[in-house]
Structures are given as structure tokens and as C-alpha cells.
Design a protein around this ligand. Structure first.
Ligand SMILES: C[S@@+](CC[C@H](N)C(=O)[O-])C[C@H]1O[C@@H](n2cnc3c(N)ncnc32)[C@H](O)[C@@H]1O
Length: 420
């Protein structure tokens, strides 16, 4: 039976319970690392992380695989990934929180908006001047609709240098104002094109960064955040509670299913499904805590494409005909990216890949370095064979490759529409 966690809204403290109906909610304080005692500091700290040693076995493996797959692009990505002090962090604003001071601070310190903004002056404070308990924001569905119409949608501030805005500690009764995020993580959410009243499934949801971004982009009728790992699910529910007011509790749910099975139990129910799949997380794997951990990860890596394909297949079953599935990973590995998408397209004739170049890559090319699918002619004979025609081949997806000054990614994004 599907386990869903729900909190009872409009109480001073959320009360959580497990129940078996489809609709649910999650929440509580996010587990972002906190710097500077939780206070937003006027001065941005230059990240003073010491240079950490990388894991030789993982680096060697990446050199062989990515050197072959990405050529020169790997040489520069390697340099960037091996210097964590150069890593950049975006500041995703929370439209349900009081924002005025944050926006001013960001702008005065040289941050600028990554995405075009709609109504940046609107804030919870403007609508509810007396509200200090943002989480307990009490609105009827009608009022909620009007309130959200005045809200700016997804906003993320980025800095051209590797400056890190301090993360925010838990504030009792208050929502967090922002979430620190790798800006490339917003691309799968943009590709999902969530509209108000969509039914959305975030199949692999913890710790919840993309779920928060989805709720900044639109007001779905229903967002199911699924995470089978109990500890990560707890983290997810805390993230949701830190960022969403109680009045959204009937729309956002947390479930703990194996995502590979959800397609059967919820066949055709969703308009949009995000598969932000478990993958070789290149950034963190490079800094594996021991040689043994690095070796184990490389061994387990071989199993990932199968799990990813099973999750993507399940997502295509969960989405209604005409709906879309976005598949994303945070690895550069072609086996976990293009190869998984191509395999699924072979198995699923009713699935059609969609072009993200015009919509996402070209407009954002000042901020991100995108790599197209590997050229068919140069595909290594032992690798997967790209057999699609060139237009379809181009539509397989986008790969964001970190580069000096554009330190976002790795992130692979592909959008697939279920035709029938
Ligand atoms: C890359 S992380 C997701 C990150 C998340 N979307 C975010 O933006 O914060 C992948 C998640 O998939 C989960 N996962 C692993 N196996 C899964 C499965 N069979 N079904 C669903 N989720 C799974 C992992 O526990 C992990 O939390």
C-alpha cells in the first residue's frame, strides 16, 4: 500500500501522520548547510573551503570515460570540478516568504536575476502586512488563487564570481526566504513547463530542491513528491515545510514508493512527471571519502542505467497521453544520459523526444555551457549505438558541462512527450 505523509494545516505546529489516500503534504526545516549562525549577513563570504583531495580511482575513471566522450570540454570541466573554491551557487527565492530585504541585498552585492521576472515587487508582506507567521498563512482556495496570481514565478539570483550567499537557518513560524542551488538544477523544472492546476509527480524527490522550484513556477492542482529512502524522505518533508505555507497542504504530498512501480499503480494519472534519477553524482563522487568508497561507487555505477531506464519507463506509464516526462541526472556519463533516453525511445514508440535547444539552451547560453548528443559518426563501437535520424538525435537532450566562470552542472535534461 502506498504510504503517504500528511500534515494537518493551520495548527501552530504541523502534526504529521501516515495515511493511505492519494493526496498528501510534506514539510519542515530544510537541511541546507548553514553558514553564519543563520542570520543573513550583509557581507557575502568568499568561499574559503580548503582544497580537498580528490579520489584517484574516480578521477582516473572519469579521465578515461569523459576524455573520450567530451574531448577538450572534459579538460576544462576537469579543471573546474577539481577546484571546489570556484563552484557557484544560485539563490532561488521563495515567493511564499517576505522577500524585499533579500532582493535588495542580492542586487547590492552584484547578484542578478537568471530568469526574466514577472512581478518582482509582490511579496507576502505586501499582501499580509501583519503576517509574521508565514507558514500559517490562512487563505481560502479562492483567496489563494488571487494571492498567487500576484506572485512572481521562479526567481534565481546568480553571481558572476564564486561568491556564496549564506544559507538560512530554521526560523520558527517563518518560511525560508531562499534555497541555495546549482542553477543548472532549475533547467529540468523549466523543461517540465508546469502550469497551474497540472497534476505533477516528482518521482525521485529528496532532498526537494526541484519540488520547491516546481512550487515557485506554478500552482499545480497536485504535486506528489516521491522518495523511497526513509531518511531522505524525512529531509524532503522538512524542506517542503520550510518553504511552503500550510494553505498548500492539500496540494503537495509526500510518498515513499519505489518509483519503478509507480507507473503501474498510477497509470496515466499525471500531466507532468519529473525523473531526477539516482545517478553517478560526478561532483560528490570525485570527493569520495575513501578509496574503498570510490571503488564501490564505480562498481555500483554499472547498475545505474538499468534502474534509470526502469524509472523512466515507469514515468512514461504514469503520465497521461499528451503529457510530458522530464528525465534528468547530474552526471556527464553518456551511459546514464543519452543511452538511457535512446533505449526508452526504442521500447516506447508512443514517446517523442522534444527539442530543448530553442527553448532553453540558446536563451541561456550566456550562463551555461551546453553539449549536444555525441556525434553518431564518432560513437565508440563498444558504446551504445545512436540509431536515430539526425533531427530526433538532436532532440535527445542537453548536457550542461561545468566550465570556469560557468560552473553550473553537470546536468543532463531530456523532455519526452507521450503521444498516446
Ligand atoms: C538525484 S536525487 C533527487 C534530487 C531531488 N530531485 C532534488 O532536486 O532535490 C535522486 C533520488 O532518487 C532516489 N531514488 C533511488 N532509487 C529510487 C527509486 N527506485 N524510486 C524513486 N526514487 C529513488 C534517491 O534516494 C535520491 O533521493
Amino acid at each position: 500500500m502506498r504510504k503517504i505523509i500528511r500534515f494537518t494545516p493551520l495548527l501552530p505546529k504541523p502534526v504529521w501522520k501516515l495515511c493511505s489516500c492519494r493526496c498528501h503534504t510534506g514539510s519542515e526545516a530544510a537541511v541546507q548547510q548553514s553558514e553564519g549562525g543563520g542570520q543573513i549577513q550583509n557581507k557575502i563570504k568568499k568561499k574559503c573551503q580548503r582544497k580537498r583531495p580528490s579520489c584517484p580511482a574516480v578521477l582516473d575513471h572519469f579521465d578515461r570515460q569523459y576524455g573520450e566522450e567530451l574531448g577538450e570540454l572534459w579538460t576544462s570541466a576537469r579543471t573546474a570540478l577539481l577546484d571546489p573554491r570556484s563552484w557557484q551557487y544560485g539563490v532561488m527565492l521563495n515567493r511564499f516568504s517576505v522577500l524585499t530585504d533579500i532582493t535588495q541585498k542580492l542586487q547590492s552585492q552584484g547578484f542578478s536575476a537568471l530568469l526574466p521576472q514577472t512581478n518582482s515587487s509582490a511579496s507576502l508582506c505586501a499582501n499580509n502586512p501583519s503576517s509574521t507567521e508565514e507558514r500559517d498563512l490562512m487563505l481560502t482556495p479562492h483567496e489563494l488563487h488571487h494571492y498567487l496570481q500576484s506572485k512572481p514565478s521562479l526567481q534565481c539570483y546568480i553571481h558572476p564570481l564564486s561568491l556564496r550567499f549564506p544559507s538560512q537557518a530554521h526560523r520558527p513560524g517563518r518560511l525560508k526566504q531562499y534555497y541555495l542551488i546549482n542553477a543548472a538544477s532549475l533547467l529540468p523544472v523549466l523543461a517540465l513547463q508546469v502550469r497551474d492546476e497540472d497534476r505533477v509527480l516528482d518521482l525521485c524527490s529528496a532532498p526537494g530542491g526541484k519540488a520547491v522550484a516546481i512550487m515557485q513556477s506554478a500552482t499545480p492542482a497536485f504535486l506528489c513528491c516521491n522518495e523511497p529512502d526513509p531518511h531522505r524522505r524525512e529531509w524532503l518533508t522538512k524542506t517542503l515545510e520550510s518553504f511552503l505555507p500550510h494553505c498548500l497542504s492539500s496540494r503537495v504530498t509526500v510518498s515513499g514508493q519505489d518509483g519503478r512501480l509507480l507507473g503501474q499503480t498510477e497509470a496515466g494519472f499525471y500531466d507532468k512527471v519529473l525523473v531526477d534519477a539516482p545517478c553517478s553524482n560526478d561532483r560528490s563522487w570525485l570527493y569520495s571519502s575513501s578509496i574503498q568508497q570510490g571503488a564501490q561507487r564505480l562498481k555500483d555505477r554499472e547498475k545505474l542505467p538499468l534502474i534509470q531506464a526502469q524509472l523512466l519507463r515507469s514515468a512514461l506509464s504514469a503520465v497521461r497521453p499528451g503529457g510530458v516526462v522530464v528525465y534528468s541526472t547530474c552526471t556527464l556519463s553518456s551511459y546514464e544520459n543519452w543511452a538511457v533516453v535512446e533505449k526508452i525511445l526504442e521500447d516506447f514508440p508512443q514517446a517523442e523526444p522534444e527539442d530543448l535547444w530553442e527553448e532553453i539552451a540558446f536563451p541561456l547560453s550566456n550562463y551555461f555551457t551546453f553539449s549536444p548528443p555525441p556525434n553518431q559518426k564518432h560513437a565508440h563501437p563498444k558504446k551504445y549505438a545512436l540509431t536515430l535520424d539526425s533531427t530526433r538525435h538532436h532532440r535527445l537532450g542537453l548536457l550542461v558541462v561545468p566550465q570556469n566562470g560557468k560552473m553550473w552542472g553537470p546536468m543532463f535534461v531530456s523532455r519526452i512527450r507521450r503521444k498516446e
